[in-house]
Design a protein around this ligand. Structure first.
Ligand SMILES: Cc1cc2nc3c(=O)[nH]c(=O)nc-3n(C[C@H](O)[C@H](O)[C@H](O)COP(=O)(O)OP(=O)(O)OC[C@H]3O[C@@H](n4cnc5c(N)ncnc54)[C@H](O)[C@@H]3O)c2cc1C
Length: 440
């Protein structure tokens, strides 16, 4: 459905934000905040809103090498920050698996990544400044404003505009990649023994097959083991996407959207590629910027959609078995599933990391017609029920397919969160489709 907004303001400084807030109040309009806009369920807009596009607000304010800290404006994307940190041998503690996202978008969804020792993004935040609904700038940290700290991080832009943030950093280092093919039933045990119990393993990501002949049974696990290898110029050089290979990868991945044999071909090629990278050395910064452009996709009839579910690690097998049944019964066009690990962290009010969990990231291709979207919505509610039955949760930056009861079962603090929002912003200046759909 097309949503008409009032206008977009490309924010360059805090005066732009303050002016927008005043104009919105004068005209009786809501404000929505937008980063790189990769959330997929209207988290960055609402009908008739003044939308603040934060991307031009992207200066690096301070880099403190000694204390391993950085202060940045929240429109900055991770790509820019990686480029600033890399020459100093520094690295982010937590970010998404890809580097396309803004700092403000990452904070507001409380994102997570591949480092198995790090939970959600909130763990790396020291403090930030927020412009609230009164246009005042508030300094927020765990000590100064604990309630705001927990509500704003993972708070989907509903408490104000995060201006800048100070983040804890870590050192860039050299990892050795190991790639293990495995049957899914053996995965939880392998993960406990060969990943979680090995202090030298820094990161991990696994992939489940969507090829018809090994559907949700075959897997690959990639681990990144710390080494003592020097971070030489060659390893330190940041990987850039190779435009020649993007075309081919994009074409082959495109085949998997349409045909089962395309899915089989992609899995075969992925297997080959993974096994070839076994034993390779890679810097932490490069492990946190894998190729992404081949997934870009535009089609008037169809679209790609992401979803994510979190389940306690002991519920891996029942969750995969349940997913397989739902995918087959509902004939969903599943293109990809990756599995990461997120340790428990309940600091954010809307925390999804209630347990030490596996995070399943699912990519679907679906027709855009209303009937097909409603069909996917119904299947999504089945997948959410499956996650809830397994003591799990689902992630909020995607389509708003969950019903209110499911949201409240997955996020028991939902109504406390919305009450706090209304106390902080009684005029409901900051709004988005997420608030409109679920707030009572
Ligand atoms: C291809 C793809 C891969 C992804 N991978 C991951 C992953 O590995 N891990 C993960 O956790 N998630 C992942 N996501 C999910 C999620 O969409 C992103 O983590 C995050 O939302 C993207 O940041 P963004 O800049 O695009 O945010 P946007 O979509 O622009 O905004 C997200 C929310 O943040 C708010 N916001 C943005 N900036 C500010 C600000 N300055 N002040 C206040 N509020 C603000 C917005 O209002 C909105 O509610 C992925 C999404 C896609 C499409």
């Amino acid at each position: 459905m097309e949503v008409r907004i009032y206008k977009t303001i490309h924010v360059k400084d805090t005066a732009d934000i303050k002016d927008a807030l005043e104009e919105a109040k004068r005209r009786g309009l809501p404000i929505s905040v937008s980063g790189a806009n990769h959330s997929q369920g209207g988290q960055t807009y609402i009908e008739n809103a003044i939308v603040l596009d934060m991307k031009p607000y992207h200066r690096i304010i301070r880099l403190d090498e000694k204390n391993k800290e950085i202060t940045v404006e929240t429109g900055a994307a991770w790509e820019q920050i990686q480029k600033a940190l890399n020459p100093h041998g520094l690295s982010l503690r937590i970010m998404q698996s890809q580097n396309l996202f803004t700092v403000g978008g990452t904070m507001s969804v409380n994102a997570h990544g591949r480092d198995i020792h790090e939970g959600p993004f909130i763990e790396s935040v020291k403090s930030f400044r927020l412009m609230n609904a009164d246009g005042d700038i508030v300094q927020v940290s765990r000590a100064e404003e604990p309630e705001l700290f927990a509500n704003v991080i993972g708070g989907y832009g509903l408490f104000g505009v995060i201006l800048d943030v100070t983040l804890d950093l870590t050192e860039d280092e050299v990892y050795r990649q190991h790639v293990v093919p495995i049957h899914y039933e053996a995965f939880p045990d392998l993960f406990k023994k060969q990943v979680l119990e090995q202090p030298s393993i820094a990161m991990a990501i696994a992939r489940l097959s969507v090829s018809p002949d090994s559907y949700l049974t075959d897997m690959f696990v990639t681990t990144y083991e710390r080494t003592k290898e020097p971070l030489n110029d060659n390893l330190r050089k940041l990987h850039e996407e190779n435009f020649a290979s993007i075309g081919v990868t994009k074409f082959v991945f495109g085949l998997s959207r349409k045909w089962e044999w395309g899915k089989e071909l992609v899995w075969k090629l992925q297997k080959k590629g993974y096994l070839l990278s076994d034993g390779d050395l890679i810097s932490r910064n490069n492990a946190m910027r894998p190729a992404a452009k081949f997934m870009e996709y535009a089609d008037t009839q169809r679209t790609d959609l992401l979803q994510e579910y979190f389940v306690p690690i002991d519920r891996f097998k029942p969750f995969v078995d349940g997913m397989r049944s739902i995918m087959r019964e509902d004939e969903l066009n599943l293109l990809n599933i990756t599995v990461r690990y997120v340790p428990r962290n309940e600091e954010s009010t809307l925390s999804y990391a209630k347990h030490d969990s596996f995070a399943f990231v699912l990519l679907f291709n679906n027709k855009r017609s209303a009937a097909e979207v409603e069909k996917l919505a119904a299947s999504t509610r089945r997948l959410i029920d499956l996650a809830l039955r397994n003591d799990g949760t689902y992630y909020l930056p995607y389509q708003l397919f969950a019903n209110g009861d499911q949201l409240r079962a997955a996020y028991p603090m939902t109504d406390i969160f919305f009450e706090a929002k209304r106390r902080a912003d009684p005029g409901l200046l900051f709004q988005n489709e997420f608030y409109a759909r679920y707030a009572k």
